[in-house]
Design a protein around this ligand. Structure first.
Ligand code: 13P
Ligand code: SF4
Length: 350
């Protein structure tokens, strides 16, 4: 992306992006999905971007795959497919359009490219990284293999293509325990999330799970004390934690699951009050569909996910820039690890 001012000027010359209450009213069907969390004034500002992006998608034969941590204006306004990391990887295998715009972080866009080498994959901000993906390189995988000879390497999808290529199979938070259980070895190496690995180790005690010491800067901030204090101050709140949280937090919570697992749980259970121990946009994205649930308590923002904005999506679609490339040899090896995960998940009924 060029300097923000230059990009803004070009966008303003091409599209009518001024706040537009009339357009906001015309797009009321989209707004009703987020009116509990987005003010009418904010929607009047978002609507011109939403409208321009949705028209450009058709014109350029593009599809937007968005993670559950995107803000509601993206999640409800422009996304064609939303989901957790596993769902987005599976959906990426079915894309018919020529262009994929990945609204999420860089490793997700790389996964889409690995699965669709012939398609153009755009990420609206190249700097949308991930503390987990940055915590390990292929050399780290080699170190773990040297330390635990013969043990299979199960790498979280929150890794670079090089790390995936050096791994035996990938996993996500929704299939990690099942994949580790299915490995034909007593010792299983999990990288790079130490907390996901420790949560899996508790769930799969028959395996000797060993791990890399990476962590997610969003979920590592929660403590068991936070959960106990919150319960005391807010009795009756259902507390739901993502498995990237430390095991003591997961143990103190009522349920733990992937982002889509959390959505499913809250949608089915409809607790009166719920605290989602995860990224902030999760509660915002489901608030309108669940008016009977009061979402309470703290949340932590992912600074990487929040780099993706409507303005940057519009810019990448307008210019077809911010394209994700993966070295074909690396992509071919990484694809084996990702496809093994998808195939095994299907086999296990996940
Ligand atoms: P899931 O959506 O797979 O639960 O992953 C959460 C996450 O942190 C993605 O970056
Ligand atoms: Fe990475 Fe954590 Fe942000 Fe997900 S929430 S992208 S794991 S830093």
């Amino acid at each position: 992306m060029p300097a923000l001012e230059t990009a803004r000027q070009e966008l303003a010359e091409t599209y009518n992006l001024a706040p537009n209450p009339q357009l906001a009213a015309d797009l009321a069907d989209l707004y009703t999905r987020m009116d509990r969390v987005v003010t009418p004034a904010d929607w009047a500002m978002h609507a011109p971007y939403v409208d321009a992006i949705n028209k450009l998608k058709k014109e350029k034969n593009a599809v937007i795959l968005a993670h559950n941590y995107m803000t509601p204006d993206i999640y409800h306004g422009v996304a064609d497919v939303v989901g957790d990391s596993l769902q987005l990887a599976i959906e990426a295998t079915k894309v018919k359009e020529d262009i994929i715009v990945q609204c999420g972080v860089h490793f997700m866009a790389e996964t889409s490219k690995i699965l669709n080498p012939a398609k153009t994959v755009l990420i609206p901000d190249m700097k949308a990284g991930c503390s987990l993906a940055e915590s390990i390189t292929a050399d780290g995988i080699a170190q773990m293999r040297a330390k635990y000879p013969g043990a299979p390497v199960v790498s979280y999808v929150n890794t670079t293509a090089e790390v995936k290529a050096a791994s035996d199979i990938c996993c996500t938070s929704s299939n990690a325990a099942a994949i580790v259980r299915a490995m034909d070895s007593h010792t299983v190496i999990m990288t790079p999330d130490q907390y996901l690995a420790q949560n899996v180790a508790a769930e799969v005690p028959e395996k000797n799970v060993v791990w890399w010491e990476g962590s997610c800067i969003v979920h590592e901030q929660y403590t068991a004390q936070d959960i106990h204090d919150f319960r005391e101050w807010n009795p009756g709140t259902r507390i739901i934690a993502h498995p990237e949280c430390p095991p003591s937090v997961v143990e103190a919570s009522d349920f733990s699951g992937s982002t889509s697992g959390i959505i499913k749980y809250v949608t089915e259970q409809k607790p009166e009050k719920a605290m989602l121990v995860t990224e902030c946009s999760m509660a915002s994205n489901i608030a309108d569909a669940l008016p009977e649930v009061d979402f309470v308590g703290p949340c932590n923002m992912c600074p990487y996910m929040k780099k993706i904005t409507l303005e940057k999506i519009l810019w990448s679609l307008h210019t077809l820039t911010e394209e994700v490339k993966v070295d074909p040899d690396v992509a071919e090896k990484a694809r084996i690890a990702v496809e093994r995960m998808i195939d095994l998940s299907r086999e296990l009924g996940i």
